[in-house]
Design a protein around this ligand. Structure first.
Ligand code: ZN
Length: 146
């Protein structure tokens, strides 16, 4: 199977069987954003404690790339510290800008999204969930200071 085909399979699998797609009552952080260019919409909610992402879930609608990316995000970030999650978001952004070579052990299924780099209009779709995550986590850091 060609690598592109394999990537497509992984993306479709996350799209058809999204991981952690549900509400999360009592979540400490939540954020919602949309990508008007494509009609994608993503909400991310997380339980944080001791500076760690204890539980993370998403809800949303839109194209396969945006929803698969959100599903992969929740798997990648679950259990990580807020600092690690923020660092991963930066790395992912770097990969989508073609600046960071993806490391399979860090990115896991997320590597499949690198194929999207070839389609500039779809990059926003892939990055949307990560924008939401970064804003949600930034909110967490701000509220911790008060
Ligand atoms: Zn999209």
């Amino acid at each position: 199977m060609a690598l592109d085909e394999l990537y497509k399979e992984v993306i479709l699998d996350h799209y058809k069987t999204p991981r952690n797609k549900r509400g999360l009552p009592g979540a400490e952080v939540s954020c919602k954003k949309n990508n008007p260019l494509c009609g994608d919409e993503i909400t991310i909610r997380a339980h944080l404690s001791d500076g760690r992402v204890q539980e993370i879930a998403f809800e949303g609608q839109g194209c396969s790339i945006s929803q698969a990316s959100a599903s992969m995000l929740t798997e990648a970030v679950d259990g990580k510290s807020v600092t690690e999650a923020a660092a991963l978001a930066e790395k992912f952004r770097g990969m989508m800008e073609g600046k960071v070579e993806p490391e399979e052990d860090v990115f896991g299924d997320l590597v499949a999204l690198r194929g999207v780099v070839k389609y500039p209009v779809r990059i926003k779709c892939a990055v949307l969930a990560w924008d939401v995550l970064q804003e949600a986590l930034a909110g967490a850091t701000t509220s911790a200071r008060h």
